[in-house]
Design a protein around this ligand. Sequence first.
Ligand code: CO8
Length: 260
Amino acid sequence: MSYETILVEQKGAVTLITLNRPKALNALNSQVLSELIDAFARFEADASQLCAVITGSGDKAFAAGADIKEMSDKPSAEFYSDDFFAGWTGQIVKTTRKPWIAAVNGFALGGGCELAMMADFIIASENAKFGQPEIKLGVAPGMGGSQRLTRAVGKSKAMDMCLTGRMMDAAEAERSGLVSQVVPADQLLDVAMKSAQTIASMPPLAAMMNKEMVNIAFETTLDTGLVMERRMFQVLTATEDKAEGMAAFVEKRPGVWKGR
Ligand code: CO8
């Protein structure tokens, strides 16, 4: 599949995906979604690729939301019959078991903020601005904003953001736990790629299981989560990479991973 709205590059074991509609501030339309679904499926299937970074082209926006022009004339019945927005969580988040990072420059609004929150973590530039302004359009978040934002920053701030539609700057986003770190704009991609390369240098099965374990914390009770964590730990002890990792530590050398 050739892409028109995104760019995909492989840099070593890291796939860099760039939303590429800068004139529309990288607004997310149906074509972006289908291209991203394809790109994430290829990333997941390619054994040479171990971590991904998603970012926005231009210096103004990660993504300024779902494409309002595409939605403005769409009949309500079609939103329902198409299960509009379902593919984002269904075909990207749930099927991507390898880790991926959102590198957010500029605006991450509405669906843009929601896409960033689908990533395993967010690294933001100092000029990043997050928001769920859907209320100003007479709607509400439709790609997970009310759920993922609330889990990330708590009820009070999530209510504030969704009900007033105000933007949160990078410093507030870091204080609130929405992003893992804030870096100068000109270093954003470099920091995100280095972080992805670090993850890609880890034993691959352990990386996937660490991701799965943290995500389970959002889905289940503490008791069940702790049992699942122990089981996953126990499963990892059966891998060749566990034997290699512990031998490498004892022998004071770097580990060489097989991904099994
Ligand atoms: N959709 C389509 N086009 C957009 C979008 C968008 N979300 N955002 C910006 N653009 C376009 C503008 O129309 C403009 O295009 P043109 O040059 O052709 O007029 C171009 O990008 C540049 O934008 P601006 O001129 O507005 O740039 P400014 O610097 O003046 O403003 C802002 C930047 C503040 C980011 C402003 O563009 C803005 O407010 N954008 C909209 C933000 C927004 O409301 N996002 C939420 C969208 S809704 C959503 O994501 C989820 C909907 C859930 C619905 C659920 C239904 C079931």
